[in-house]
Design a protein. Sequence first.
Length: 241
Amino acid sequence: MNETLHGILKTIITTESPDYLWENFISYTKHMGVAQIHTWFSNSTKNITYFSTLPDCCQNRYIQHGMFEYDQVLPQPLTASGPLLYGYNKEIHNPLLCKKARELIQMATSEFNYGSGITMPSFYNNKCIGGICICFPETVSQLNDVPTDKVLELLLVTCTAHERLYVLTSKNTHSVSLTPRQQECLTCLACGLNPQQIADKIGISHHTVKMHIDSAKERLGATTRIQAVAKALTAGLITIS
């Protein structure tokens, strides 16, 4: 784990101030070349907590157009519950996306000054409670040329920030435990190892590593490995070194 990644994750999981967390997180995302970013969560459509780098006027329009609802809807037609890479040129005519989603992509990429984005839903206690959207100045094809490690690092930090902001602002707590092997596997994932590398490091099969990771995801109510690591970090179930 590089020094920058270690530092921002430590700040996120230890701070008690949402504003301080957001300030440091935005500084990190700008360093990573992000154009805009917003994250939201809610227990109901009438009670929305929303963090965004967009100007206040744009934030109001975002909420008025109901776009926050589609941060969790956009991924559904293509990937069920995982992240979706999108952009006007790539997705606007895709028949798998609903008409409203295509309109929102067109409006967002043209009016909010970015070329592509990654959007994903978030879950708590196995219930979808919010969404995350990371926007980039690059087009979809250009973003595909960005090193995978950089994108995965950004997704990990963003998911961890989202999880921590939700805990700090909603005061929700969810008691969960992991087995030592599940903790070990998630810790290795946080350090950037893939399942085969984890298997080689701790001396078990690749299949067994995937089993431990999948079991940890289920216990944590996560839909992706990155979300599982983020949840484990914010819950204090694993630590970074």
